[in-house]
Design a protein around this ligand. Structure first.
Ligand SMILES: [Zn+2]
Length: 145
């Protein structure tokens, strides 16, 4: 066996291994509503903290700053992000109203209106914003936050 054919054989074996590895993986499943974490809300004095805000934003692939902007604008209240990207609102807001707002955010800025998947990205073309679905490829234009 010369060098070339040995190299080919190695590549072939590697491909076969990969094929076998992939065939054992479960089918790629898209995120549904029940995969999306709820908000964990806590209070410190007059402030409301969303303790898992950073994690939630990460999970739904949204920038914490943009998600925060949506919340603060809708609530018409001041607030900020802490060092772990968790949301602090400088007022008391019930957990229920935050969850309702969060559901509205998910419906408007995360969920693909074509296939219902939550595996999407928020894209921008200049001033135009859109949801790009990673499951079905559909693009939905949305109002800028
Ligand atoms: Zn979709």
């Amino acid at each position: 066996m010369n060098e070339d054919s040995r190299e080919l054989e190695i590549i072939y074996n590697y491909d076969a291994l990969l094929d076998r590895a992939y065939s054992r993986l479960p089918m790629k499943r898209t995120s549904k509503a029940y995969d999306i974490p709820s908000l964990e809300v806590d209070y410190v004095g007059d402030h409301t903290m969303v303790k898992n805000f950073g994690y939630v934003c990460d999970r739904v692939r949204r920038e914490p700053r943009i998600t925060m902007r949506f919340f603060l604008k809708e609530l018409a209240m001041p607030g900020s992000l802490d060092e772990r990207n968790n949301l602090i609102i400088y007022r008391r807001v019930t957990s229920k109203s935050l969850q309702e707002l969060y559901n509205r955010f998910l419906e408007t800025y995360v969920r693909c209106s074509t296939c219902g998947s939550y595996d999407t990205e928020l894209g921008r073309e200049g001033k135009v914003w859109y949801i790009q679905c990673l499951a079905c490829g559909a693009r939905t234009y949305v109002k800028p936050v």
